[in-house]
Design a protein around this ligand. Sequence first.
Ligand code: SF4
Ligand code: SF4
Length: 185
Amino acid sequence: MAKLVNRIQPDLVQQSYVVEIAKGLAITSRAFVRNLFGKKDIVTVQYPEQKVPYAPRFRGKHLLTKRDDGQVRCVACMLCATACPANCITIVAAEHDDRGIEKYPTQFEIDLLKCIYCGFCEEACPCDAIRMDSGVHTLPSYTRRDQKTGKVDLLALAKLSTASQGGEFRATDHEGTAHGRSSHH
Ligand code: SF4
Ligand code: SF4
């Protein structure tokens, strides 16, 4: 059933808009003066001078971890690139001199414009070689090219892996110092 709505007919004063505009300007002016001298109502963060602290569970953009000897830990198995739903990881593999390592990435690139930060890559990695716990926010850039982060950038954020060389996890103390076996396969 149709519902009748009583429409309020504006009187002549309301139709002139003068009073309503004056009321609106009064509200705007009051807020302006309060914010100018009292800063009571400002909710805008003056980024980049002011930064809101990240939540403790924020993890950050990707990094590649290193072996105990400082080499890249990744063995270019392509599992992360295969698991990536955004298809944004490009890896070029090469033979390693160390026959125990077999392969390593000569090129490792992530297109952060395509990345959806799902974490599948670090979940898929069998070597704890790629992680997303850098604590670094992905910054904006002027070009698309600048959003492609390569091996050098990923290693610049590198941490020593908490896994031993063969992939087993080591116990860590409160300072994050790794203990335990350092098997070199
Ligand atoms: S976080 Fe997800 S989308 Fe981004 S590189 Fe890893 S798997 Fe791909
Ligand atoms: S980061 Fe991990 S999953 Fe990706 S290619 Fe390297 S070893 Fe394989």
